[in-house]
Write a protein that binds this ligand. Sequence first.
Ligand code: GLY
Length: 412
Amino acid sequence: MKTIFSAIGVSLLFLTSCNSSKCGDACFIQENIDNAVAQHTIQTDLIEKSGKILNPRTTNADGSVHYIPIDDWCSGFFPGSMWLTYDLTGDNKWVPLAEKYTEDLDSVKYLKWHHDVGFMIGCSYLNGYRLAGKKEYKDVIVEAARSLSTRFRPGAGVIQSWDADRGWQGKRGWACPVIIDNMMNLELLFEASLLSGDKSFYDIAVKHADTTLEHQYRDDNSCFHVVDYDPATGAVRHKHTAQGYAHESSWARGQAWGLYGYITCYRYTGDKKYLDQAQKIYDFIFTNKNLPTDLVPYWDFDAPNIPNEPRDASSAACTASALYEMEVYLPGKGYKETADKILTNLSSPAYRAEVGTNGNFILKHSVGSIPHGAEIDVPLNYADYYYLEALMRKRNMEKNPQETMAYLHNTK
Ligand code: GLY
């Protein structure tokens, strides 16, 4: 009897999943939420059982999970994914977990030796504020913006991304290196300005975005990874790369960071030049002859051995999330359709890991830095974070476009 019921159960499961594939976007979203919850549950249970607060970033060569200290630029993504999972499920069980792993980052608000405090505090505390009404997180968000602002160099009109004399690129001979990734840290400044009423945060973000627009983009609307400035005069000293194939090549994640960053700038300023820039970046990416048909780019658009080069799912996930927001501002131009295609492909077995594998990360096949021989064809916590954010934006948009707008502005 038990066997018959089991067989019926399996058949029902099979039929349900078949129906799922036919029941459209709602089932697609729900199935991917269920999968994410399954992976996150295994991941967090393992950490909780250790009795420690651990922050997973990727896997090691032996397949074990690589945990990071709180001053690592990726430390906000794990707590951020918990807030997103809370929002996607409505399950209160994620709130104390998200709080615990977010609040472990408290001292990051004073971090001044690199620019990534925007990623770190934005994904953790700002999401707690937005998605769970954690108003008490305001002070951390504003303090972090204050720390980030100390890196603003008025003579050059930019936030200095990395220190010139320390850290992993400290021997390059740069004076004031700015990486395109820095565009992702501006959201923290815009939000802190709204929360505190201090307009200087807003002004710094706008100045940085404008200087980057002037110097970091090429005529074909691709971007350099690094622009090195004279901090006193703003003269451009170098246009280089750190993580791309070559100075003149187009590092895939850099294109995604820029796209997302300029859409974010449009959200807070309403300045059309930022939206125009986002459209130009979109055109560069999606008309590129080296973009594969599944829309998940190789790690660099000019990598030398395409098609035998690793893909970067993190770039695709970030791009998809950005495009859902772009659809809000420019409806009906196909941005949502592109984002949907990316998300569908990332959710296929080619990129989405089986539950319990892949170090319990959701997505496979991302790249950290090939020139440094680091994190090649691995899971990355930020690929998962932007994938979940894209899923949330898709769900909100399909439920109610106004709700999408509310999410994008709800710290005001
Ligand atoms: N922000 C560093 C990276 O994208 O790898």
